[in-house]
Ligand binder design. Sequence first.
Ligand code: SF4
Length: 374
Amino acid sequence: MAGIYLHIPFCKQACYYCDFHFSTQVDYKEKMVAAIIDEIRLRTEYLQLQKIESIYFGGGTPSLLTVQELELILNSIHKNFTISENPEITLEANPDDLSLSYLKLIRQFGINRLSIGIQTFDDSYLKKMNRAHNHASALQVLPDAREAGFENISIDLMYALPNQSQAQWLTDLNQAIQLKPEHISAYTLTIEPKTVFGVQKEKGKLSVPDEDTAATFFETLQEELKKNGYLQYEVSNFCLPHFYSKHNSSYWLQKHYLGVGPSAHSYNGVSRQFNIANNHLYLKSIGEGKIPATIEWLSREEKINDFLLTGLRTMWGIFLPFLSKELNYNLLTIKEQKINYLIDNQLAIIEDNHLILTKSGLLIADKIASDLFV
Ligand code: SF4
């Protein structure tokens, strides 16, 4: 089983923290949709006839596409790939784009999961971050989506915002919980150098909570969501039982995926491909029938390190026999002292041949993984 990711590289306006690939010029959106459909045709071989179990419209802001544009892309995937019986088909969306009529139409032609970028319910932060939606639309979008028939909804939240207090974070979190989404992704705000926030920070005009404070926000997140029945199945991802994201899990479980559109990445077990992160060069290349991607062949070391980095962030941990048999890396022997340290300090456990991080281990998952690298 494999997945398809579609990068829709347009946004209404630039959020002040965001360094994803997108353009706010949308006048050539139609051309981009046509090119994405062409790339889908050019890429039918990439997944070697594996069945597609998840399709993910990401970006950028895919909810800027019309119902017809989304349907055209989805039809082209159906035409060129074999889709499993119950695929998960997600649309990443911003609350201000989701009218009830739009939601009903996209639900009818097969989109069955929404990932809504709420980030915060607090109007003053929404303004500070230059988000296009407001508190009222963030609250209205879930009831509308339910009315349209969506039974699998994820929302994105952000914490450790400039000068944010624990109490403010808790208020945000509780508003999210009250809406009862099946899935919540929550990320610390990271300040990227080339963004508006990056420049403000550089000039000393932006103050964000320090690492220790961000860690206490993370603990609040873990506790509150656990109390309310959510499982932490990955460092930043929580869901009600059975509602984990098939698509995102496929990245962490080393499944293969095809990424279509400018800046999209693909992975087929032996290499990664990176599409060019430039809309006009992407259009030009696809117009000439060429996929504008660079290829990075993965060495054994890279495969091992990727496996550790992604697997240890999940509640499934890493399957030790896979590491020793497929990648010839006997972690328990090679890193014996480090593993013993993790276990003695309640940072990890070994269960059914899996090395799994505990709640405290997840707090420093990336650091633990890098200590176990080849
Ligand atoms: S809508 Fe999403 S992709 Fe677009 S600028 Fe904001 S955070 Fe970035």
